[in-house]
Design a protein around this ligand. Sequence first.
Ligand code: KIV
Length: 276
Amino acid sequence: MGDFSRYKGDTDRVTTRKFRRFKKDGKKIAVLTAYDYPTARILDTAGIDCILVGDSAGTVVAGYENTLPVTMDEMIFLCKAVSKGAKRALVVGDMPFMSFQKSESDAIENAGRFLKEGGAAAVKLEGGSEIAPLILKMVDFGIPVMGHIGLTPQSINKFGGHIVMGKTEKQKSYLLQSAKALQDAGCFAIVLESVLPDMARAITESIRIPTIGIGAGVHCDGQVLVVSDMIGLFEDFRPKFVRAYADAAGLIRKAAKEYIDDVKNGRFPGDEETYK
Ligand code: KIV
């Protein structure tokens, strides 16, 4: 078989197509967020399948109370940096609050910016069956879309807080119907956030595209965490579903204390850090 690809890096790159194959083959998908070049590079070389440039940047990078203030320009800046660092992983840009709700043309233009300017290969939109017609258009125009249902943080004011989804019959039927509608609209994957594990399992078994869980139990086809939570960098709060694999905050604080001590006591810079 010859190589028919005209595009640089096509062979090893994780693609939206490969996502569907992962599910078919029963291979779990590992996703993390990132917001800058060095982190993206580290995650990429560690073998992560997908990097989500999440609007969680609003809380874990900018220190806002929630994700609502994040703008398109801020997301594009972060996405550009992440795309530079991700050579293999699929990069997905998260469409911020009010970047896709105003009008269809606005939504498509903003989604396109993630691919044209941000270097992403796909976008993520929060919402269920009500945004399926919009997603269908985006996919038709060549913009791959990752769905996001369950707890959708951009609707925090509608929900009245961070609540677990899939408890009531109404929520259950909305979630199942939305997952199917997003699949039919052409989504290549769907994030399930804060969904009861039985519900997440039922959704995962009812659709052909992979589900990526966050606080949705072990039965999803993949998992996503916010990198700042996963490395123990973000200290303001830690949701129950987070596992901290490192103590980055402790490491940085310890290094900063040593540096401060060295500067104050004239031990930095030393001879080896001084031009001669
Ligand atoms: O913004 C984000 O990081 C997300 C993930 C938590 C799924 O949407």
